[in-house]
Each structure stands twice: as C-alpha cells, then as structure tokens.
Design a protein around this ligand. Structure first.
Ligand code: NAI
Length: 729
C-alpha cells in the first residue's frame, strides 16, 4: 500500500466514514496513479466493515473537489499500446464501480471544481450533494483534450441524468454549476459549502429509511429506457450540431456520441467495455497530442512571471521586494486609457470588469461619448438575460470615468495609449503626459507595429515604458504581448505581466521589432492571400483553404475585419523592415483608395451589405483584380494551403533566430491565443514538428522561384540536418 498522503479517513459519526482528499503541496487534487491506489486501499478496508451506514467523500481543499486525472501522467504514456489504454480504463471503471457496490451508501460531497476523472469518481457513488458556491463547476471536459471519459462517465452519467443531458455534457465538454446539477438530478441537494457534510449525513439517514438507493443500484446496471425514435432523433440532432461545431477537425465528440448511443441499449458492464475500447482509439491520436500540448502551453504560461523571458534575469529569490510586490499586481491601482476607439473600448471594459477604476479619454468628444456608451453596454451585458443587467450597471458604472483633463489622466498608476497608429502623434501625446505622471507610474502603448524603442525616443523615463498589445476583439482574445523596448526595466515588464493576468489575459513577453511576434507572423500569411488573388485564385478558394486548415476565418475576411487601411499601414512597416521577402501588393492600395476598407465601409475583399453583415462574394472586386492578374490559377487546395502557411512558418523560424520570442512554445501560444491558430494542430511549430523539418524542406521546393519568402532558413536546415524538432530546445 502506498503512503497514505492524500486521502485521510475519519469518522464524523460512529457509523459514517469520511474520506477527505487533500493532495499535499498542490493547489488542486488530481487523480494520479498513487491517489487511485490510496482510494483502492481505503475501499479494501472499508468494504469489509459491517458497522457502517455510509461513506462520504469530500475535498480538504477549498474551491476544488478533484480537478481531474493527472495529465502529466497521461502525457507520459501516450505511446502505450491500445491494450494497455483499455486496461487503464477498465481499472478506473472498476475502482469507481466499487463505490456503488459497497455494503453501505456512498455520497460525494462536492464543493468547487470537479472535472473529468473527478466527476467520474462522483458518478460511481450512490449520491452527490453539491455546494451552491460560484466555484462549484462539474464537468466532463475530456473532448477538449481530444478524448472521452474513460473511467465510466459515458456509461454512468446517462443512467443518472438521462441520455439527452449526458450527450450534451459529454460531447460539449462544458461544466455546470451546483444548481444546474440539482436540476438535472445529478445532485440530490444543493447547499451552502458549510452545510455540505451535515447534508450528506442527513441524506444517508433518509436513504437508510427509504432504501431507494438499493433500487437505483439495480436500475443503473441495466440498459437505458428510451424508444428507438427518440434515440434516432437524439443521434441525428446531436451529430448534426457536432459536425457544424467541429467542422470535422475534432473527432472526440462524435466518437463519444457513438459510445453514448451505442451503450444505451446495453447493460452497464457492456457499455463500460465499449467506452474503454473507444477511448483507446482516441488516446495518443494526433489531435489528442496536439490538444494536450495546448493545455500544457497554457499551464506553463499561467506560472510565468515574465522574468523568465528576460536574458540574464535575476533569479526570483534575488529580486527586490518592490518587484515582488508588483509581480503580485499590487502596483496597478488605477488605469487610464487614451483613445476610445475599438481597442480603447475593449481595454477599458476589461479593466472595469476586474474592478479597476478606469479613466477614459479621447481627442474627439463624440468618440469619447460613444466609447463610454459601448463600454457600459459591454460590461453590463448579461448572457442569461440576453441584454443589459441593471445590477451590473450599478456595479461597474462608477468604475469608469470619462475625462479630457490631462492631469487626471496622468494620475493613474498605468496609462495605456490606444490612439491612432502614427509614431509622431503618439510621441507628441507622451511629451505632454509624461511630465505629469507619478514617478512610479507606467506608460504603455497598444501599438500593433511601431517599434517600442522608436516610440520611447523622446521619453525621460523609457525604463517605465513598454508595449502592451491587446488583440481584437479584446473580450475574446486571451493574448497580450508585453513588448520590451531597449530600455524597458525588468520591473515594468513584471508589473505589466502581473497586471495582464489580473485582467484574465495570458501575457507573453516579446522583444521589440516590427510587428513584434504575432503580427510579424500574420502579415506574410495575409500578404500571400492578396498575391494569390492576383495569380487568379478566387477569394472563396483562398479563404476556404485557410478554414480547412482550421483557422477561424480566411485571410481575406481577416483583412476586412482588421480594416484594409490599418492592414496597409502595418504592411508598409513590414515591407520597409523586410524588403527582401515582404512584397508590397498594389491591390491593397487600390482598394483603400477606392474606399473599400473592409467590414467598416461595407465592402473590402467581400461585401457586407446584407442583413447579417456576413462576408459575401462581391463581383465588383473583379474590376480591381483583373488589371493586375496574371491569369487563371491551377493551384490545388493543398497547394493554396501551403502557399499561405509556409511563409508564416518560415517567418516563425526567423522570429526564433532574432530572439523575438523566448522559444517555440511562446510562438505557438501567441498564435493560438492571438489569432485562433487551430488548437487541434497543437501550434504552428508543434504542427511543423509532426511533419519534420526534412519534410518541410521538401514541401518548400516547388515554391523556390517565388523568392526569398519561400527560401529555407538556417534554423530549418539545421533541424533537418540534425533530425531535431523545434520542441527539443
Ligand atoms: P480607432 O481608430 O478605432 O481609435 C483610435 C481613437 O483614438 C479614436 O477615437 C481617435 O479619436 C483617438 N485619437 C486619435 N488621436 C488622439 C490623440 N492624440 N489623443 C487622444 N485620442 C486620440 O483605432 P483602434 O483600432 O482602436 O487602434 C488604436 C491603437 O491600437 C493603434 O495603435 C492600433 O495600431 C492598435 N491596435 C489595433 C488593433 C485593431 O485590430 N484595430 C489590434 C491591436 C492594436
């Protein structure tokens, strides 16, 4: 028996046993192999006892019950044979099954996060009591990792909550709160966290009287009662919905649906066996590996302070108290946002939502008025009400102030500039504001392309200036690039990283340079789309190729969303910086000159003059393309994809060579969190590793005549020579 370290047994009443989980040294309980062994050992002893009326399982950690299986153990066993995966699933299923075969009633008393294997453990129990805390979230998110529940979830959940509810929870992977759990009969009661244990004991007493738990045990071993018509309808609607959501890129939800529907007509033992076998097909699959990588990228990012990215960074234990304090985010008490446009609104709303007092200003009074209106609309929106929530207006409204007073704007501990993308205008604003700012306050720019060191040229305190680049729309995109100018101090970087995390964002620290990280990679891809158009490829075919690759929208539609004028500015910066490989397309300039700026003007590459403002092919585009086109293209879909993605990949290798990003993992995280690079590919460089550098060199060969943008870089050639991967570093 392993050392009993996570699970402790106590006896709150003479006939009630309590197993309490509290993993030492961890913020959350996870089901590692050794914790499962501990549970088995406890059950070995408890099952033999004849003096027990019930067993309660509870967590000793506030805010989490069990966060799931130990994913690092998973990741270490991705290469095991299918038979071993089946055996692992069968062992877990059998262990949790013992919870409803004991000679007494078992109750899971759930407060806080309960996910994956943790939820499956509770499904093995006879009953569940949940807390009404906001932190209580119960879910089976395995599909989000390219898997399905493998420890009994697909067989046991539908036998408790009904097939329809189980299909929704398992194939969607979303969690539910305590009240929703009660409503679908997943929980017998929902109580305040302090009443959890007493409520579980009360339930055991009531069940002792009624004996219903024993009837339920029998029922839950049997097939589910559902008519063929109902089953057929559920299958058709669910698979239609899943296909629309996953666009065929994520196999797990459909596989889980098949198991849920197939297992419904079987007894629970046969359904469990079916689950284990289907899980083995998903475990270790390319999509599973990719999604696990994305999970680990996010997990690593959460732990970073920003100092890891700084060459010769002081060790954390050596840095001063003041840096430590700011790393906790305490230094930022108030924020000013200058520029009430698209980005300023999003940034201000993100602050207000986190209860940070925010002052907003704009050179145009009308823009300021509209900005305030939009921000209040955004922060007071309640999804459940599908509209504004008066409580939220009262809660958030006082945190936002609109002002034109420079002294007031400069008084904040952080001033974020989000005005027009022109270095001279930005610098002139800084000239006025900096002398009014507090000595410890930070000035940051949301510029998307202008080098931070250039913007800092006339500043008296460039060490307290950095880039803080949010992505559009701010509400949705988790990425923030913290850009370190030549003179930006460690303290400024660490403070901004902590602050971005406080906003709920995932910051990465990047070095200064044209386009920083994400825009530098995005531009070659978007540029290529404009060039393909002139080779005679249709706009539809270009965007379809990108979407088939998995990107959330095609590059031409993205041009329209960003605005062709903005993209032209950015393109010019990149062309000036990298004239060897960034081709300046005359098409963009012509479209801008004709007022086709994209969505905002009603037309760009596509037209948006329809009821739903959706991208539609626009025959008028032809008159701009025809004079510049070189004929009708013969490119296949696969070649179009290569043409779009390979220049981005090569630029990523240059970004590593120029040390713009700390490593391949930051490049991947940046693209996934900043532009929605498809998670099922694991990241641009992770995906490149699955192909191998030598195969990429081969794929580049047909495009060599197109110029430097397709020429292999030193890094790629080196990796191919050494048989190494980007992720080996
Ligand atoms: P926008 O045009 O929507 O808003 C800019 C606002 O700044 C306008 O309301 C304007 O009246 C105001 N403004 C201009 N000069 C000013 C001054 N001297 N003092 C005070 N206010 C002034 O622009 P958007 O899109 O919000 O961009 C702002 C910044 O964010 C730019 O640097 C842009 O490159 C960057 N950015 C834009 C993204 C996008 O997708 N639009 C994404 C990430 C960064």
């Amino acid at each position: 028996m392993p050392l009993s370290r996570t699970i402790t047994l106590s006896m709150p009443q003479p006939d009630i046993a309590l197993l309490s989980l509290d993993m030492p040294g961890k913020g959350a309980n996870v089901l590692s192999r050794s914790v499962l062994d501990e549970l088995a050992a406890h059950l070995d002893a408890l099952e033999k006892r004849t003096d027990l009326a019930g067993l309660v399982i509870i967590s000793g950690k506030p805010g989490t019950f069990i966060a799931g299986a130990d994913l690092r153990e998973f990741a270490a066993s991705l290469d095991v044979p299918n038979s071993e995966v089946v055996a692992i699933c069968r062992r877990g299923q059998a262990l949790f099954g013992r919870l409803s075969a004991c000679p007494f009633i078992t109750v899971a008393a759930i407060d806080g996060i309960t996910l994956g294997g943790g939820t499956e453990l509770t499904l093995g129990c006879d009953r569940r009591i949940v807390s009404d805390s906001d932190k209580t979230q119960i879910g089976l998110p395995e599909v989000k990792l390219g898997l399905m529940p493998g420890w009994g979830g697909t067989a046991r959940l539908p036998r408790i909550v009904g097939l329809g509810n189980a299909v929704e929870m398992i194939t969607g992977g979303e969690s539910i709160d305590g009240h929703a759990a009660r409503l679908m009969n997943l929980a017998s009661d929902v109580v305040p966290p302090s009443d959890l244990l007493p409520a579980a004991i009360r339930l055991i007493r009531a069940e002792q009287q009624s004996g219903v738990w024993q009837e339920d045990r029998v029922r839950r071993t049997q097939p589910i009662t559902i008519s063929d018509t109902e089953l057929g309808f559920l299958g058709a609607t669910a698979s239609g919905y899943i296909q629309q959501q996953t666009r065929g890129h994520y196999p797990a939800p459909l596989a889980a649906l098949e198991v849920l529907l197939g297992g419904a007509g079987l007894d629970v033992e046969a359904a469990l066996k079916m689950e284990a076998e289907a899980m083995a097909d998903l475990f270790g699959s390319p999509v599973n590996r990719s999604l696990l990588n994305v999970f680990f990228l996010g997990d690593r990012n959460k732990k970073e302070t920003g100092l890891q990215s700084i060459p010769h960074a002081p060790r954390e234990e050596d840095i001063t108290r003041s840096v430590m304090d700011t790393m906790g985010g305490r230094a930022i008490e108030t924020v000013s946002v200058i520029g009430a446009g698209i980005m300023g609104q999003g940034i201000a709303a993100a602050n207000v939502r986190r209860h940070i007092p925010t002052a907003l200003s704009d050179a145009q009074p009308e823009a300021l008025r509209r900005g305030v209106e939009k921000i209040l609309e955004e922060v007071s929106y309640n999804k459940k009400l599908k509209g504004p929530d008066a409580h939220r207006v009262v809660e958030f409204g006082p945190l936002l102030s609109a002002t034109a007073n420079e002294t007031e704007i400069a008084a904040s501990s952080l001033v974020i500039e989000a005005i027009v993308e022109r270095a001279d205008v930005k610098q002139s604003l800084y000239g006025k504001l900096e002398p009014l700012m507090r000595p410890e306050a930070i000035l940051a720019s949301n510029t998307s392309t202008i080098p931070i060191t250039t913007l800092a040229e006339k500043l008296k305190h460039p060490q307290r200036f950095a880039g803080l680049h949010f992505f559009n729309p701010v509400r949705k995109m988790p990425l923030v690039e913290v850009i370190r100018g030549k003179q930006t101090s460690d303290e400024t970087v660490a403070t901004l990283v902590a602050y971005a995390k406080r906003l709920g964002k995932s910051p990465i620290v990047v070095a200064d340079g044209p386009g920083f990280l994400v825009n530098r990679l995005l531009l070659p891809y978007m540029n290529e789309a404009a060039l393909l158009l002139l080779e005679g490829v249709s706009p539809k075919a270009i965007d379809r190729a990108a979407k088939n690759f998995g990107l959330p929208m095609g590059p031409l539609e993205l041009f329209d969303v960003v605005g062709l004028d903005t993209a032209q500015h950015a393109g010019r910066t990149m062309h000036e910086a990298f004239p060897d490989r960034v081709v300046d397309s005359p098409l963009i300039a012509n479209l801008v000159a004709a007022g086709r700026l994209g969505q905002k003007s009603g037309a760009g590459f596509f037209s948006y003059r329809n009821k739903r403002k959706r991208a539609e092919p626009d025959p008028a585009l032809e008159q701009f393309v025809r004079p510049l086109t070189s004929g009708k293209s013969q490119l296949t879909d696969e070649q179009i994809t290569d043409r779009l993605i390979l220049p981005m990949l090569l630029e990523a290798t240059r970004v590593l060579e120029d040390k713009i990003a700390k490593d391949a993992r930051d490049v991947d995280l940046g693209l996934i969190y900043g532009i929605g690079f498809p998670p099922f590919r694991g990241g641009l460089l992770f995906w490149a590793d699955t192909l191998g550098a030598a195969a990429i060199l081969k794929r580049l060969e047909p495009y060599q005549a197109l110029g430097a943008r397709y020429h292999p870089t030193a890094t790629l050639k080196q990796l191919a020579r050494d048989g190494k991967k980007f992720y080996d570093e």
